[in-house]
Ligand binder design. Sequence first.
Ligand SMILES: [Fe+2]
Ligand SMILES: [Fe+2]
Length: 481
Amino acid sequence: MLDANAVDYETSIPNNVGLSNDRRVLKALEKWHPGYLDWWNEMGPEGFQESLVYLRTAVGVEPGGWAKFDYVRMPEYRWGVLLAPKEEDRLIGFGQHKDQPAWQEVPGEYRAILQRLCVIQGDTEPASVEQQRHLGKTAPSLYDMRNLFQVNVEEARHLWAMVYLLQKYFGKEGRAEAEGLLFRRSGDDDKPRMLGAFNEATPDWLSFFMFTYFTDRDGKMQLESLAQSGFDPLARTTRFMLTEEAHHMFVGESGVSRVIQRTCDAMKQAGIENPFDIDKIRALGVIDLPTIQKKANLHYSLSLDLFGSEISTNAATAFNNSLKGRYKEDKIEDDHQLINATYPVLKPVDGQFVLVDEPALTALNMRLRDDYTRETDGGVSRWNRQMNKNGIDFEFKLPSVSFNRSIGLFSNIHTTPEGEALNQDEFLSRKDEWLPSSDDGAFVSSLMEQVTEPGSFAGWISPPRIGIDNKTGDFEYVRLQ
Ligand SMILES: [Fe+2]
Ligand SMILES: [Fe+2]
């Protein structure tokens, strides 16, 4: 008997959704495929399309044990359509349709909003590939290069995931949106990607690690709330995407931690105790801790903007209509409908920040952002424990949610990372204290040099504790061609 969760690699498009019996969708995807490959070749990792990369490919969709590792040329990666196993008789867990059977088709009245959710999610996936396409040329090791490419092929697979939903469930409009996802370009003046953080540059590897730590985690939170959706195909799609996402966040957190470790080691070796002795530390060829903090400030604040306005009727509607739930909705104990519930929202009032109770339904973006901040803070605490162990007196901190914001309640005010109000001139004149300056950027860029000797690492980052797929330190993760 065919295992319902096994992935069919016989068709041109690997899948576990029975594509070979779904002619209409198979045809639509096959029609989309060449344009996708053009996009990958034009916008995917620059200069490495011929290289053999030790990548994981999904062979099943159960948590754990789903991957097989092998050398693959990236354009030949088997991008596919993979949904988490179907839960029989699943009931909707929240909103006005709570306890009704999950929908297997799009409810007509929610078509537009569901389509929009898929398009916005879908747009971020190729955007990050575009942002990171030049990083292979400065990879600090083959291990890191492989991790970058793994993230890239999986983000590209996430594009497939959303395109499948658009083509299967949203007809002609869905097909047009699927084309649009290949048309927009990160950072392009005329046809930018839809969300701000996805049009920013990822100029160096520290930015890449910060991006995967902070911005991929926003992605995770969005996917978590879509994984609760009453529209079952969306819930199952995003649930499987989450299993891939975990690796991306590992790359970010461990990447930053390895940069920190290398800096601590170099400082200790040189007998430098003061982390603000920046010139001396930089002369060692490592990234000083204050610059790492500035990068974190930037990426955290950009990522907070991705949660949208704190008070949002769109968020309320999506929840109320049982389309987008809360983080871990199924673990929360309440009515799951938020009738009469309130949620405290931090607001600027006369130069002070105060918590104001708002209807919980309209404050859902705020709540998700708070969940995000809590998780993000966890990693920052781990970096600080590492500082402690190294005996270096420096503490990483997340900036205030009021700092450097472009969207929501804080977008019209300026503050320090500690949340003290400033006027615009003060902010602009002191900005370089808190955000990477062009000098900081130039310094970090000056360290970025490609290292391709198996087992070797650039001088600004320490080796990982364990290899991918339990490989030993000198494993050749990428065979350059
Ligand atoms: Fe993704
Ligand atoms: Fe990701």
